[in-house]
Design a protein around this ligand. Structure first.
Ligand SMILES: [Zn+2]
Length: 79
């Protein structure tokens, strides 16, 4: 099941019907915003609030087909 983990996953592309290993891409997700808000609340300066946007561990992972670049699914840290 693509979307269950943040790593490239063997799956069948819904678009080109090929068995592929998904390509992953990190995107800003809910946890990124929560971490940002949390840092703001504890009084960090503005620059620190942006740290979560640079940390992949806080990001959601989107899976794409390497053949046709179709969006296959997403792994969310929260959700
Ligand atoms: Zn495809």
């Amino acid at each position: 099941m693509v979307g269950g983990n943040p790593f490239p996953t063997r799956t069948t592309c819904p678009s080109c019907r090929q068995e592929v290993t998904s390509v992953t891409k990190s995107v800003n997700g809910l946890l990124t915003w929560l971490a940002c808000g949390g840092l703001c609340l504890i009084g960090c300066v503005f620059g620190c609030c942006l740290i979560p946007f640079c940390v992949d561990a806080c990001k959601d992972i989107e899976h794409y087909c390497p053949n046709c670049n179709t969006y296959i699914g997403i792994y969310e840290r929260i959700g």
